[in-house]
Design a protein around this ligand. Structure first.
Ligand code: FES
Length: 176
């Protein structure tokens, strides 16, 4: 009768709840510390859940109250895109304006800036120094550096223009 049963269920064992609990603790070999470890683990789990929940609530609030530099760069201001020394006439570059890319070109008619997102399928265009043209690497769409107009390829529309301002030797792109 006693084979295969925990000690508490043996004949003459303590059949109260406390007895069963003690018996199970004894059967597991953990003695009285099994319950304590379990309680500590549950307390830790509860604390972890509370901290995680608070973090999930507080993080977006902090993000809303303290926007990142990248986000603020895209609204109501301007972004330094380079200098006349780094972008001499006949050169261009893709720069980050907030979270979006822009292509800045120093043409003989002045500094121009456009969205660097191709109007075909949204690839990021690049400045091609050899062709002296803005080129999309995805399907070889080509754009005029002077106007952003499509020169060749599949893009259906010109690159949207951005406002570029030169102050001293600094080139800014107006974002707002
Ligand atoms: S995505 Fe630019 S040419 Fe197709």
């Amino acid at each position: 009768m006693s084979e295969g049963l925990p000690p508490v269920l043996e004949e003459g064992g303590d059949r109260t709840v406390a007895g069963v609990r003690d018996g199970l603790g004894a059967a597991s070999g953990a003695g009285g510390t099994g319950g304590l470890d379990r309680r500590r683990f549950i307390r830790w789990l509860l604390g972890f859940s509370i901290v995680s929940s608070l973090a999930m609530i507080v993080t977006p609030i902090i993000g809303f109250l303290i926007p990142s530099r990248t986000a603020t760069a895209g609204v109501g201001g301007r972004v330094l895109a380079g200098t006349l020394e780094s972008l001499p006439v006949g050169s261009g570059a893709v720069v980050a304006v907030g979270a979006k890319p822009a292509v800045v070109v120093n043409t003989s008619g002045g500094v121009k800036a456009y969205s660097a997102i191709c109007t075909h399928l949204g690839c990021i265009v690049a400045w091609d120094a050899a062709l002296t043209m803005i080129v999309c690497p995805c399907h070889d769409g080509r754009f005029s550096p002077a106007t952003g107009a499509v020169v060749s390829g599949p893009p259906p529309a010109p690159l949207p223009p951005l406002t570029a301002v030169v102050e001293g030797s600094d080139i800014y792109i107006v974002t707002g």
